[in-house]
Design a protein around this ligand. Structure first.
Ligand code: ADP
Ligand code: MG
Length: 261
């Protein structure tokens, strides 16, 4: 008994907590089933490893600040024929993230840009990567606040450290000069060192105006698009599916959201 306590203490001391918790039960099973020392040890260590993996995933999911946890399996490709399911499947292997490439999802509201960004992020988190999700307005607000508080370098790490940075909703907010410089700094710092998944309702041609500075916009797009998978989604909003059938008049997304045109 004393020896069991000592073994448990040693495990705890070395931070092998799950094995410490399970030691008693595994010993009992080993005695009952007359397993070999090696089988006992492997079983105990496997439990420790699995629990660590689970906890790490849980922590990474929490830190990613994803708005929801929708998956690729939940995406109905038949509703959005402009998306090639093979391309999404290829992206979900995460080879793009290993190669530090970017994914750009373009299209009107409601066509699944956020859904697919989150779904790819979930795959990455399951694969052991780190992800940070933000919208462009939030990224700019966070960075401006950090600059005011003289904490710029610390805040920058939030956006530069993760394997994948998701910048959602580019295009709804007009950027002033400082905001454009902030976005440029983040995109160029991540260039060839970390992936960006970016969504926008505006095509690249409108980004000069969006960023109030065509020179910064061009320089930024140059880096963003150098190694990028661009997915152009043309289609109906999923939010209003079935409305036409139910007798509602179909309204083009551009009318619903003037930012589109
Ligand atoms: P966007 O970011 O392009 O505006 P979202 O990804 O937020 O659109 O999609 C709007 C809603 O419709 C979400 O609840 C999303 O899960 C759902 N959705 C969009 N497209 C599909 C699809 N093809 N299959 C299943 N759900 C979809
Ligand atoms: Mg969205």
């Amino acid at each position: 008994m004393l020896e069991l306590e000592q073994a448990r203490e040693l495990l705890l001391e070395m931070g092998i907590k799950t094995a410490a918790d399970l030691l008693d039960a595994h010993l009992e099973t080993a005695v009952k089933e007359e397993t070999t020392y090696l089988t006992f040890l492997t079983g105990l260590l496997n439990c420790e490893k699995e629990e660590r993996k689970r906890r790490s995933e849980e922590t990474r999911i929490k830190l990613s600040r994803l708005p929801h946890h929708k998956t690729i399996q939940e995406f109905d490709f038949s509703f959005q024929p402009s998306i090639d399911p093979r391309q999404i499947k290829e992206l979900s292997t995460l080879a793009f993230a290993a190669r530090k490439e970017n994914v750009i999802l373009l299209g009107p509201p409601g066509v699944g840009k956020t859904h697919l960004s989150v779904a790819l992020s979930i795959e990455a988190l399951r694969g052991g990567m780190t992800v940070y999700y933000t919208t462009l307005p939030r990224l700019i607000a966070d960075m401006k606040k950090a600059i005011m508080a003289d904490k710029l370098e610390r805040k920058l790490k939030t956006f530069l450290r993760p394997d994948i940075l998701v910048i959602d909703e580019v295009g709804y907010m007009q950027l002033d000069r400082q905001a454009a410089e902030i976005l440029f700094r983040i995109v160029s710092s991540r260039y060839e060192t970390g992936s960006i998944i970016l969504t926008s309702n505006k095509h690249f041609a409108g980004w000069g105006e969006l960023m109030s500075d065509p020179v910064i916009a061009t320089a930024m797009l140059d880096r963003l698009l150098h190694h990028a998978h661009v997915i152009n989604i043309r289609g109906e909003t999923y939010r209003l599916r079935g409305r036409a059938k139910a007798g509602f008049v179909s309204v083009p997304p551009a009318v619903i959201n003037p930012a589109l045109s």
